[in-house]
Design a binder for this molecule. Sequence first.
Ligand code: NAD
Length: 443
Amino acid sequence: MKITIIGSGYVGLTTGACFAEVGHHVLCVDNNEAKVQSLLDGQIPIYEPGLEALVRKNVSAKRLMFTSSTEEGVEHGEVLFIAVPTPPQPDGSVDLSFMEKVAREIAQFLDSYRVVVDKSTVPVKTGERVANTIRRYAKPGVEFDVVSNPEFLREGCAVADLMKPDRIVIGGNSDRALALMQKVYEPFVAPVLVTDINSAELIKHAANSFLALKISYANALSEICEAAGADVLKVVEGIGMDKRIGAHFLNAGLGYGGSCFPKDIAAFIAISEQLGVPFHLLKEVETINHRQLTRFVDLIREALWVLQEKKIAVWGLAFKPHTDDVRSSVAIGLVEKLVEEGADVTAFDPKAMEKTRQLPIGSKITLAESALEAARDAEALIIATEWPEFASIDLQQLREVMRTPLIFDGRNLIDPAAAAAYGFQYRGIGRGTSAMLEPMNSP
Ligand SMILES: NC(=O)c1ccc[n+]([C@@H]2O[C@H](COP(=O)([O-])OP(=O)(O)OC[C@H]3O[C@@H](n4cnc5c(N)ncnc54)[C@H](O)[C@@H]3O)[C@@H](O)[C@H]2O)c1
């Protein structure tokens, strides 16, 4: 099948590569000419495990192509996927100007029937708006349908998620469009849920909000565990073993970040208010999330007293492990707060160094070559992203390079008893008495 993806970022490029992998002929469009040029030159502008090999393989097989021309894209694909940004506005509602612009561009070049798919995460009723916009700007009588097909991939394992999704949600009201969408997804082995457009759009916001709620639940528990002298790791293990609850996303830490959760939860709150049914529960989810970072900075300040001129190492800058994405990363937010207070920050992330360098904060910190180099002479180490390599660090070596042995573990990655055994003072999240473990004699 011939498929076009408009917007070739984390979602569009990965989706395009996976569609090509199952045999479709995919043209990825992006209006960022530099991005398209680097793709044409064989460079992959983002890090996603397995993506580079998949892109190379399918480009060689001539099933995956790139262009900056929307006109070529509209001509190429029977199905046109829109995967452009839907960023937040200051009031939390979604900036839909990218969607509106693409709808107008598609309309301009539409000559024969196409299915236009909203793959971007959008507020309920956006499909109707996209259809109205295309109708308004397209030549009279030209046929098209709009379908909602929200994306549930997780950065860091996006290829695997796309190749083997938990479910495929297709929202549409035209049999012709739904038949084409079934054809798109025929090669994928996954349950398909067909709904109306509004329900499909709501599913995405409702799903992300529920996951954020689970994270905030664990974080609220972490505060209670600290006050009660209990260990949040054991508490969430105990509740997660209940199949009705499940262990996923029940991790206490610095809170959720990234390009999706914060904006999607804010958007769902704004949507619910516009609909006249404010979703108060989600406001509390947000409040808990923000408090988690504030509490952590308070903990650091309490231990170090003054941050000014303190040499602090930060491990992790990406918003989660296995990605280079630093958009709305809590780790970056934390580094910004430390720098604001005058700390001298040296940071390391296995994949997100380049993306951090491009941020304003990038020029205000030192970026180290390795985790141990970041920790050299540091008066405190903060773990901000749960990369597995940080969990398996040699604590003896770490102890030797640091000036003062103090670990603030924002992701509960290190065993407090092991840290204490190597002479570290350790502060975790919600670890009750163990969060306050004092060092024992070094082994
Ligand atoms: N990143 C995720 O994990 C994820 C997961 C599920 C859903 N989503 C949703 O998918 C959408 C895209 O997210 P992303 O992370 O891929 O964003 P992104 O910023 O990585 O990619 C978007 C791309 O669209 C391009 N673009 C913007 N306007 C364009 C236009 N008029 N024509 C052609 N290209 C255009 C940009 O240059 C950019 O390359 C968002 O709505 C997001 O909420 C993201």
